[in-house]
Design a binder for this molecule. Structure first.
Ligand code: NAD
Length: 293
């Protein structure tokens, strides 16, 4: 498991592939975006000019792509599965619809290939630091095989169940993340509009029952956490458009399963508003902008 092919070298995939190189593995990468390829090359990743040459001599194929349609296109669009050696383990780290994970994994199985879904939690900072959590779906045997490679990019590998289950768990988590980020931004703004200093109200809530991950690690109010995207004009991080995509996936699985998600639906409405304002490329903590006006 020493030779890795890595497709999708963006905000997450780039640093993840770099960590594989730093841990001594040989990594060949491919991205449609030339800038992403150049940056990856500077970090020791060998760049292939196409997917066919990338898969020539690898043990593991990792994909980190934006959404379902990209994953479907890469694996099923040009019969990639027919071209892969049967010994190659496939790990898709993208956050996509569970039914697409199941569809691609079933197609892989028909060709005698093992595939797992392994979406991640921990954001761009976690991807750089190598501290991601992988939320996996697939057979216990393939998760076990993937774990040593995943541990070079993160510190936790959690197993949710069969193929697609990693996606379901990730989608539930991100719906909750959106809900507490919106609530956190709203509560800080309420305190500020009533005369409190934003760092004071943040600290008080952090030491009280309102504490949550957004307050602890990712304060949405500018100037409180120097390394958070909020203190860097909401640049980088986890983009509003990707959060909106994940909330769309949550709405879809809630509809499919007849589960009520009123808080998730409200959060989706709020992220839709940001998108309509043209703020899709900002970090998702920029929901604070809605309340700071
Ligand atoms: P990104 O847009 O920065 O990177 C995706 C990369 O895939 C781009 O560089 C794009 O050019 C490339 N790509 C698209 N189609 C391709 C193809 N056919 N062949 C080769 N390359 C292709 O996105 P990201 O932030 O790295 O996110 C990737 C995935 O990780 C998404 O599913 C996202 O929801 C998930 N995720 C992101 C974060 C985050 O904080 N950014 C956190 C957790 C999970």
């Amino acid at each position: 498991m020493n030779k890795i092919g890595f497709i999708g070298l963006g905000n997450m995939g780039g640093p993840m592939a770099s960590n594989l190189v730093a841990s001594g593995l040989s990594v060949t990468g491919y991205d449609l975006n030339e800038e992403a390829n150049l940056l990856a090359k500077d970090n020791g990743i060998q760049i292939s000019s196409n997917i066919e040459s990338l898969i020539e001599d690898i043990d593991v194929l990792i994909t980190m792509l934006p959404a379902s349609e990209h994953v479907e296109k890469v694996y099923l669009g040009e019969n990639l599965l027919d071209k892969l050696d049967k010994s190659i383990l496939i790990i898709d780290c993208s956050t996509i619809a569970p039914e697409i994970s199941v569809k691609v994994a079933s197609a892989a199985k028909e060709k005698g290939l093992e595939m797992i879904d392994a979406p991640v939690s921990g954001g761009v900072a976690g991807a750089h630091a190598g501290t991601l959590t992988f939320i996996t779906g697939g057979s216990p045997k393939s998760i076990e095989l993937a774990t040593p490679v995943l541990k070079k990019m993160g510190n936790q590998v959690l197993h949710a169940g069969n193929n697609g289950s990693g996606q379901i768990a990730k989608i539930c988590n991100n719906m909750l993340l959106a809900v507490h980020m919106c609530g956190t931004a709203e509560a800080i703004a309420l305190g500020v509009k009533n005369g409190l200093d934003p760092s004071v109200i943040s600290k008080i809530m952090q030491s009280s029952s309102g504490n949550n991950w957004s307050l602890e690690k990712y304060n949405p109010f500018p100037g409180i956490m120097p390394n958070a995207p909020s203190s860097n004009e909401y640049k980088g991080g986890f983009l509003n458009k990707l959060m909106l995509k994940d909330l769309g996936l949550a709405a879809q699985i809630s509809k499919n399963s007849d589960a009520e998600t009123p808080m998730g639906d409200k959060a989706r409405e709020l992220y839709e508003e940001l998108s309509e304002l043209g703020l899709g490329e900002l970090d998702f903590s920029s929901i604070q902008k809605k309340y700071n006006n």
